[in-house]
Ligand binder design. Structure first.
Ligand SMILES: [Fe+2]
Ligand SMILES: [Fe+2]
Length: 387
């Protein structure tokens, strides 16, 4: 491990080394401001749920009542930060193959924002968690998605091309939105206050994904069964990101007030009962419902009589939770049949090496509806696009 930073400024110097290591040219950020942003107002004053409900939110780590709560927070902030830097490592190479300047701008802006999110998490680690925090902040610059050493599986998965990118921003960044939302009511005020600005930026990422997929459907070049296979790949990956079923970690996080349910404030207001032993299942269900609605909207773009695109059931292709590594079909039913039949099934419903080959040819066509960059985009310098 590199030398431990003792201040956030020292950490920022090491961040520059990380950019060099992953080959991210700082010029691609243009005029984007990598800085720390808080929305203290939205963070709230009083702990909103769990055993400490009604007490003042913790503003410094010494106010956190137990070491295990502190450790829980440290680990959540670390995991969040890890995903931010990992996604840049996964996406960086895509700038070269952007289908248009508009897309190059969008990808570069997303990567700039993910780096800011990583800064934000490292600022919390460096400012509030002593040497242990500094160690984690440094390690965030040392694990690497290309080496498969990032903390969560989805963030080690290669993203070879732009079809993956649009599915990823649509489905995986949207998991990010849910995670940030659940942290936005945290009893640790600096964490809660970090979420407002991050959520605002995150919505651009989701929008890029959703629009990209709509543009793909409109262009009509990518066969819909192939598009569906890429949906299935990233939807199941995103389902995994909500964690194990009956998670005790999620239960503790709730009891400690450090991570709430999705839409916690609305749920509290309407007096919705808390099911502490199935919190991950609950947030995954909210996420699932949201993407079902999004994909339904996309179906409105399909020519009449075309079989609709869909969202695979939560049981399909899972690596984490009760359904991990089990044979379930996209409709959620158990698969019955031989190994060979299962292999055939997965090649029908998940991307194949043939798809990857075919995409190389398809990408030579106008496979995604063209968009021209605005003047604002060009002038920002983000993505280094020229008029
Ligand atoms: Fe992010
Ligand atoms: Fe994002």
């Amino acid at each position: 491990m590199g030398e431990l930073p003792t201040t956030f400024d020292e950490w920022v110097d090491n961040f520059g080394d990380w950019q060099k290591m992953v080959g991210f040219d700082p010029a691609w950020i243009g005029d984007f401001d990598l800085s720390i942003k808080f929305d203290w107002e939205r963070a709230g004053e009083v702990i909103e749920f769990g055993d400490y409900e009604g007490r003042k939110k913790w503003e410094r780590s010494l106010q956190i009542p137990h070491q295990n709560i502190r450790d829980g927070l440290l680990s959540m902030i670390t995991v969040q930060g890890d995903t931010e830097f990992a996604s840049v490592e996964q996406q960086k190479h895509l700038l070269e193959s952007a289908p248009s300047d508009y897309d190059r701008y969008a990808a570069a802006r997303i990567m700039a924002e993910e780096q800011r999110h990583g800064w934000q998490m490292c600022y919390l680690l460096m400012t509030y968690f002593g040497q242990q925090g500094a160690r984690e902040a440094q390690k965030l610059l040392e694990r690497n998605a290309q080496e498969g050493s990032r903390l969560l599986g989805a963030f080690n998965r290669p993203m070879p091309h732009w079809l993956d990118f649009f599915c990823y921003t649509m489905f995986v960044d949207r998991d990010g939105k849910f995670q940030l939302g659940m942290l936005s009511t945290s009893s640790f005020k600096p964490l809660a206050a970090s979420m407002g600005p991050m959520l605002k930026e995150e919505s651009f990422h989701l929008g890029t994904g959703a629009n990209g997929l709509r543009r793909i459907i409109k262009a009509g070049v990518i066969p819909l069964d192939m598009l569906q296979r890429y949906f299935n790949k990233w939807v199941s990956t995103a389902h995994d990101l909500f964690g194990t079923d009956s998670s005790s970690a999620a239960e503790w996080a709730y009891v400690w007030g450090i991570k709430g349910r999705w839409d916690e404030r609305a749920k509290l207001e309407s007096g919705q009962e808390v099911f502490k032993t199935s919190l991950n299942e609950e947030s995954r269900q909210h996420y699932h419902d949201e993407i079902v609605a999004e994909v339904d909207k996309m179906n409105g773009l399909l020519p009449e009589g075309t079989p609709p695109l869909y969202v695979a059931h939560e049981n399909f292709n899972r690596d984490i939770g009760d359904y991990a590594n089990k044979r379930y079909m996209v409709d959620g039913n158990a698969f019955e049949g031989s190994d060979e039949k299962w292999a055939n099934y997965t090649s029908e419903f998940l991307p194949t090496s043939q798809d990857e080959e075919d995409l190389k040819e398809l990408f030579k066509q106008e496979w995604v509806e063209h968009r021209a960059p605005t003047r604002m985009m060009i002038e920002s310098g983000i993505g280094q696009i020229k008029a």
